[in-house]
Ligand binder design. Structure first.
Ligand SMILES: NC(=O)c1ccc[n+]([C@@H]2O[C@H](COP(=O)([O-])OP(=O)(O)OC[C@H]3O[C@@H](n4cnc5c(N)ncnc54)[C@H](OP(=O)(O)O)[C@@H]3O)[C@@H](O)[C@H]2O)c1
Length: 321
């Protein structure tokens, strides 16, 4: 009896989520809805086919998985990151599977290197149709361990905000000129949740979120759009050092990449999680209650050994989602 009512509740919740998804999709991506409806009966190519897609942070994790999925849809994919051997391995794998990939070594904290990257890419490929700002750095460290670590804020902003903005500004003239372009930013559900210990990280992702929202309003008439993918925990190199995440459910890089690819194809304003959206509402309607809940959560999940300056038990690193 209890089992039956639980099943009914789950199915009601799923229906609710589905309806919200349909409504959100209809309001935000009408063209994509029509394309997917037609695609259900007729074999339609992906909108990414024959497009040029630049993916940053393509040497591992979500970026590498995104590059593989984008190439499998018939796009030319340009892979960007610092580790040349890893980039080459991903590009070789894509080409071996019949895809089209080129790799570019670039440190996205180096503005001159970004300008050089854009000049080279435009020279070699003529255009960039889609940009995925995925490269990133995460820091999970509480306020009390951060008093003498202003460099954490600077380093995080350099990769997560200044680098992507520099890339956007450098590619925008060409995208607006050709009257087509789409930028997908790989952000975090933390933008909505505002989770403790992530002040530097979430602030940098929020900065890119807001920059893109406003840039998207100005470029709207030129058919250049932006999506913010506010993703939940993903099992990648970035989160291995955080003990608190060892038993936490997490997406695989391929699952996360599927969300990024969907954002590339459908061009929605945001891709959110239910938990992130609920937290956003709670932060809006009951901000102090939200603070109290987050304060308790902060105490329940201590800093990682790496953040406390202790040697790791198994892995090395200092980052988390
Ligand atoms: N994992 C999660 O739970 C999670 C959740 C929400 C959002 N995200 C976001 O997802 C994105 C991808 O992270 P991931 O989880 O896939 O971790 P990852 O495997 O560690 O990937 C990070 C990527 O960023 C690149 N990168 C870092 N600094 C760079 C720099 N200065 N210049 C150029 N490239 C740089 C790295 O390449 P090189 O080291 O070769 O340069 C790597 O390819 C990040 O923006 C992250 O904030 C992750």
């Amino acid at each position: 009896m209890r089992e039956a009512s639980r099943t009914r509740d789950v199915s009601r919740a799923a229906t609710g989520r589905y309806s919200a998804g349909v409504l959100g999709t209809l309001l935000l991506t009408p063209t994509a809805v029509v394309r997917r409806a037609v695609g259900a009966v007729l074999p339609l190519p992906s909108p990414l086919r024959d497009r040029v897609v630049l993916v940053t942070g393509a040497s591992s994790g979500i970026g590498a998985a995104t590059a593989r999925q984008v190439a499998a849809r018939g796009a030319t994919v340009l892979l960007v990151a610092r580790r040349e051997d890893r980039l080459t391995a991903v590009a070789d794998e894509i080409r071996a599977a019949g895809g089209d990939a080129s790799s570019y070594v670039c440190d996205l904290t180096d503005t001159a290197a970004i300008d050089g990257l854009v000049a080279r890419v435009l020279d070699e490929h003529g255009r960039v149709d889609y940009l995925v700002n995925n490269a990133g750095r995460s820091i999970r460290r509480s306020l009390e361990l951060s008093y003498d670590r202003f460099h954490d804020v600077e380093r995080t902003m350099a990769v997560n905000y200044f680098g992507p903005v520099r890339l956007i500004l450098a590619l925008m003239p060409q995208m607006r000129e050709q009257r087509f372009g789409h930028v997908v930013n790989v952000l975090t559900w933390g933008v909505q949740i505002k989770a403790p210990k992530f002040s530097a990280y979430i602030a940098s992702k929020t900065a890119l979120d807001v920059f893109s929202r406003i840039a998207g309003r100005e470029a709207f008439g030129d058919n250049v759009t932006f999506s913010s993918v506010r993703i939940s925990l993903v099992r990648t190199d970035m989160v291995v050092a955080t003990e608190a995440y060892r038993r936490t459910p997490a997406l695989t890089p391929d699952q996360a990449a599927a969300k990024v690819v969907r954002a590339l194809e459908d061009r929605p304003l945001t891709v959110d999680t239910l938990a992130g959206s609920l937290a956003e509402v709670a932060n809006l309607v009951a901000p102090r209650l939200s603070d109290a809940v987050m304060w308790a959560a902060n105490a329940a999940f201590p800093d990682s050994r790496a953040a406390r300056g202790l040697p790791p038990r198994r892995e090395v690193g200092e980052t988390g989602s």
